[in-house]
Design a protein around this ligand. Sequence first.
Ligand code: SF4
Length: 352
Amino acid sequence: MSEPQLKVEDLRVAFATPRGSVQAIDGLSLELEEGETLAIVGESGSGKSVTVRTIMNLLPSTATIEGNITFDGLDLRNVPKERAKHLWGVDVAMIFQDPMTSLNPVKRIGAQITESMLYHLKYSKAQAKARAIELLTQVGIPSPEQRMRQYPHELSGGMRQRVVIAMALACEPKLLIADEPTTALDVTVQKHILDLLGELQEERGMSMILITHDLGVAGGRADQIAVMYAGRIMEEAPASTIFSSMRHPYTEALFESIPSVSDPSHTRLTPIPGRPPDLIELPHGCRYAARCRYAQVTCTEALPELESIGTEHWVACHLPVGTSAGIDARAQNEAAGVTAAGLDLHSTMEIL
Ligand code: SF4
């Protein structure tokens, strides 16, 4: 079998802070096949953005990185200088949450889109201009020639994000990383941008990593979904499997917090009680135990490893949802009103 296009093995990332070492990623492994879309889902601070910033070589010098990352067989932790110039931003490109992170406020849109083509692809000015107009048209920007002469502040948020997508696509990347690409945009624009990314990906056969805190956004747009919590993957499976037979209590809780169109109006969503653990003083057992409705003593003592439970389905849980052990654990906790990790289920129910 051929090697996956992107392979991350046992990645560990820590940041030195005055309070101690923050373990942002703790033993993460991922694989992405060519042309595939992987969505990484989780709350803020789960480590999803640190994961992709590690792949993009964007971490600050305070970060300690362990583990292996390969892209098209190339060791991304030891890229020769000459190759590095034409790797990040060219073969592997990224779209950030806030388009202004990528745009220079004092440079015209046209100059910003053509820059990488002039430098990396050695296009002439006329070629780069023609290609930039083509790209702006492709991402749905009307009057592209006029937009080329404008500055970022003259465009709406949705238009700016389209420009950023055009910039990311300028050098025909093999892998596009989109880090919460629609979070800063209003709902009507969100759908257009995500549809656009899907269409462009299909046309170009690009692989994509989509980072989102919203399981609903990931569904229907990703082939594979990895759910992250406190620096670890809790569950990974094809999108359809995650939605039809999720096995991790955290995935279940995320799912319950998504509004559904079939819900009657004024239906209250189910929030996840508590907050993620302190990444400086991590608990011994399961990272999710303090918030988990299924938690038993074993969960507070032993860290569950990510294990295969079926075709392309992995879960890190001692008492998976839907198994007899999981069903018994939850029933036992509900009868007692409290979990072995101290989560008060009665007060949680009152909040709901
Ligand atoms: Fe973690 Fe235990 Fe809950 Fe599974 S059941 S998520 S191992 S606390």
